[in-house]
Design a protein around this ligand. Structure first.
Ligand code: LMR
Ligand code: MG
Length: 389
């Protein structure tokens, strides 16, 4: 079997917050008629420039056309040569590699009639606990709105939440207090996520201030790639510390410097299922825990993570992928659904990722390119459409 062509379709899908995220839906075609689908999820992050999609298609054709899609190792190596790792969390080359790699697993799984999870090592978990994100407060008046989000989502079965914190500490505190008062132990706050916005010492001060409330772990409490800062924070604060993995060099430094307890691993940020599997194995070797992170993917990207998560033996903490609940719609026929706050692992009967595109929805959400509308840095960091500054 040989790859013959690649189709890239840009879609812009709004979230319930009003923020529109742009993704690229990938289709890989072969000379045997089997096709694979993948998702380059969420180009709507800083830095505020975008790849040219026509140019990207040309480059990917040069890498892919004529190759056997089962040559996943070779293809990943060539992708890495063309889209090298950077020491940056939102490196767009990783998103590009991820979309191709998850489409290869879909394609190879469909060809063999086995699930992507079976290609990745078989199912170890049948469901993955996830938490619903509460986006960062900048103003006190956002607190009540976020408490209402918890009420609604709790009624739908989500009982674990995470809070993006650190821009308005009074508001963070008021939110935690309101949730504690109203829900007590029925709701768990998994984490405070500082998203690298604060120096580690400032983050430590904030955590101490908020530590009257039960919080399971602290995420990204230092500037990006400040391994010393992460280690100092970890020694000073009792909570387990988690950090995203965005390059193997960065993961190696975090292991070497004993800087974290938990690796937050998402295919989108490390460049695909193949790379994510390797990062999970490195974490395991270093006796570290993992959780599945997210950029908030659509259903294709989320399905890929469900396949990966179902194979992980060190998935010790609640995971993050809830994208299909955050967007107002999707581009597939069988949108991912959550039950009692769990993402279901795909059944063994699934072929590939087990997701079917909805052409009508793709047409509806298709946009010409990844160009930016008028968004501010705050909106990009906080994932909201709120314009107040
Ligand atoms: C999101 O898009 O909601 C997340 O990727 C935000 C983040 O950077 O953690
Ligand atoms: Mg995070």
């Amino acid at each position: 079997m040989k790859l013959t062509d690649i189709t890239l379709t840009v879609v812009g899908v709004p979230r319930h917050t009003g923020f529109v995220n742009k993704h690229i839906i990938v289709r890989l075609h072969t000379d045997e008629g089997v096709a694979g689908i993948g998702e380059m999820s969420d180009f709507s992050h800083l830095p505020r420039y975008a790849p040219d999609v026509k140019d990207l298609k040309r480059v990917l054709e040069q890498v892919l056309v004529g190759k056997n899609p089962f040559d996943i190792t070779l293809i990943n190596k060539e992708l890495l040569d063309n889209f090298p790792e950077a020491m940056y969390y939102y490196e767009k080359g990783s998103f590009i590699r991820n979309g191709v790699d998850n489409a290869l697993y879909d394609l190879c799984g469909k060809y063999l009639g086995v699930s992507a999870a079976d290609l990745l090592g078989g199912t170890y978990h049948d469901k993955i606990k996830v938490c619903y994100p509460i986006f960062r407060h900048r103003f006190m008046e956002e607190v009540e709105r976020n408490v209402e989000v918890v009420r609604q989502r709790f009624a739908e079965g989500f009982d674990v939440f995470r809070l993006y914190a650190g821009k308005n500490i009074e508001a963070d505190e008021a939110f935690l207090s309101a949730i504690h008062e109203e829900f007590g132990s029925r709701v768990t706050i998994k984490s405070l996520d500082f998203s690298h916005l604060l120096d580690w010492k400032e983050a430590a001060r904030v955590v101490k201030r908020l530590s009257n409330y039960p919080i399971e772990l602290i995420e990204s409490p230092a500037y990006q790639n400040d391994f010393d800062g992460l280690r100092h924070f970890r020694h000073k604060i009792d909570h387990p510390v988690s950090e995203h993995v965005w390059s193997f060099r960065q993961q190696f430094e975090m292991i070497k410097q004993e800087a974290v307890d938990i690796f937050n691993i998402s295919p989108v940020f490390i460049g695909g299922l193949t790379s994510a599997k390797k990062a999970v194995a490195a974490a395991d070797t270093a006796k570290k825990s993992c959780l599945l992170g997210t950029t908030q993917e659509l259903s294709i990207g989320t399905a890929a993570m469900a396949h990966l998560g179902s194979t992980m033996t060190n998935l010790d903490y609640t995971s993050d992928p809830t994208g299909p609940e955050l967007y107002v719609d999707d581009v597939v026929k069988d949108k991912i659904r959550y039950e009692n706050g769990y993402l279901q692992a795909p059944s063994r009967q699934t072929a590939g990722l087990g997701i079917e595109l909805d052409e009508t929805k793709i047409k509806h959400y298709a946009v010409p390119d990844l160009s930016w509308n008028d968004v501010t840095v705050h909106q990009l960091q906080d994932r909201t459409a709120g314009t107040k500054s």
